[in-house]
Design a protein. Structure first.
Length: 173
């Protein structure tokens, strides 16, 4: 019996985004650590001169700000959240046989109860479309057309998440 290997481009792209974000954070952190070491060495030569140390500290902080590490951390967190969401919904769709059960589980993971009440019809429609399209791609035909349907239906879910403020920032913000 021959099995076709179905590539899930959506999840591969989310993983690639996560890898890129991680590498950018890692690169910036390494540069900041180098800068910190350089300024520690420079501060030793100032022999406790308070005003010179203050000027050196200000210069170092300005250069560190140029790395925009907080923005990189936010991008990384967003990439982590997106990859986790996509991984979770792929797991759900592939682990249950019933589209309605898959839709219920996806709704519980991605949306809060108050989100679901406010936009119930739109959310259910988007989730069901995604589950049906992913199942069709995974089980029936891994065609370009079905891949496009998976991407399109996932984009609909992401649009709903964005509309209700659940994408690109943590729940605590």
């Amino acid at each position: 019996m021959e099995f076709a290997v179905r590539r899930h481009h959506l999840i591969e792209e989310a993983k690639a985004e996560l890898d890129i974000a991680y590498e950018e954070v890692k690169r910036a952190e390494q540069e900041i650590m180098k800068l910190e070491a350089l300024y520690n060495e420079k501060s030793k030569t100032l022999n406790g001169d308070g005003s010179a140390l203050q000027a050196l500290m200000s210069e170092k902080e300005q250069q560190q700000d140029n790395f925009e590490i907080d923005e990189l951390y936010n991008l990384q967190r967003t990439a982590i959240e997106r990859f986790a969401q996509i991984s979770s919904v792929f797991t759900i769709v592939h682990s249950v046989d019933c589209a309605s059960i898959a839709a219920d589980l996806i709704r519980q993971i991605l949306f809060r109860a108050e989100d679901a009440r406010a936009r119930r019809v739109d959310i259910d429609r988007a989730i069901r479309s995604f589950a049906v399209n992913l199942r069709a791609y995974s089980v029936e035909d891994s065609s370009i057309e079905n891949d496009h349907k998976v991407r399109e239906s996932w984009a609909g879910i992401e649009a709903l998440l964005k509309e209700i403020g659940r994408t690109g920032k943590s729940d605590t913000e």
